[in-house]
Design a protein around this ligand. Structure first.
Ligand code: NAD
Ligand code: ZN
Length: 242
């Protein structure tokens, strides 16, 4: 039985954070689900699947350009920064479903982006991979090797996480003392199975989310606050002089 969150956190050596769209909500980036979520306005199957890209590459690319512009204008918030600051005190890995790169910008060194990055591209036909800067074309760029369209190097509906990336995420989850799950609805598989690997290692599981998730009953501690509120409180445990 874990008696006290503060004691558990202080004793732990290895932390894994599993983050989702909710951690970037206070940076002004919309989540997918929920009242203000992107899926209230758009049909995901028309935008984030390989079929959608084949049907209308221009529409999908321009939707991604809009998201890229919003992400470029956003800054990491106090939640991202608190996770990065915990590196001064403990071993920290971040496994994120986000494609916005804000954990890197905040200074986190060990970040596994299981769903890719919105500024990375890959060819729809060959193995070419690249990155785009802040110049956005109306149509998807062409591959330098084979001339086919480049697509965002993110994991779309119906696609699998890269095997080596997933293996790393599982490895970190199995080795941690505490897993802190922030701002994810835990409805996207297989990301919503990682806490089981942590639990098998007797890790404590904590979630920070203003709402319940389908796995709230599995948590040792639930902090019903936003990412900024919950993570600021958490880092204060390590940074206060007493
Ligand atoms: P989701 O939209 O399904 O769920 C968001 C969760 O965040 C909800 O449980 C909600 O209650 C919670 N939340 C909302 N505001 C919050 C806040 N201020 N602080 C803490 N929690 C808050 O997002 P998900 O679970 O990450 O869904 C998975 C998919 O969404 C992933 O594939 C990911 O790639 C994609 N996504 C990423 C971004 C991004 O990169 N920023 C944005 C939208 C969606
Ligand atoms: Zn190619």
């Amino acid at each position: 039985m874990i008696e006290n969150l503060e004691n558990t956190l202080k004793k732990a050596k290895k932390f894994v954070f599993l983050t989702g769209a909710g951690i970037s909500q206070e940076s002004g980036i919309s989540t997918f689900r929920g009242k203000e979520g992107l899926w209230q306005k758009y049909d995901p199957m028309k935008l984030v699947s390989a079929q959608a890209f084949r049907d209308d590459p221009k529409l999908v690319w321009s939707w991604y350009n809009d998201r890229r512009r919003k992400i470029l204008a956003a800054k990491p918030n106090a939640g991202h920064v608190a996770i990065a600051n915990l590196q001064n005190h403990r071993e920290v890995s971040v496994i994120t479903q986000n494609v916005d790169g804000l954990h890197h910008i905040a200074g986190s060194r060990d970040v596994i982006e299981i769903h890719g990055n919105i500024f990375a591209t890959k060819c729809t036909k060959c193995d070419f991979r690249g990155n785009i800067g802040d110049e956005f074309s109306d149509l998807p760029p062409s591959c330098k090797i084979c001339g086919s369209y480049l697509r965002p190097d993110v994991v779309w509906f119906g696609e699998s996480i890269k095997q080596d990336v997933w293996k790393e995420a599982v490895k970190r989850s199995m080795a941690c003392d505490v897993m802190i799950i922030v701002g994810t609805s835990l409805v996207v598989s297989p990301a919503n199975t990682l806490h089981f690997y942590a639990k098998n290692n007797q890790a404590a599981i904590v979630d920070i989310n203003p709402e319940n998730t389908p796995f709230s009953y599995e948590m040792d501690f639930s902090i019903r606050q936003t990412a900024v509120e919950g993570l600021s409180r958490l880092i204060s445990i390590f940074e206060s002089p007493f």
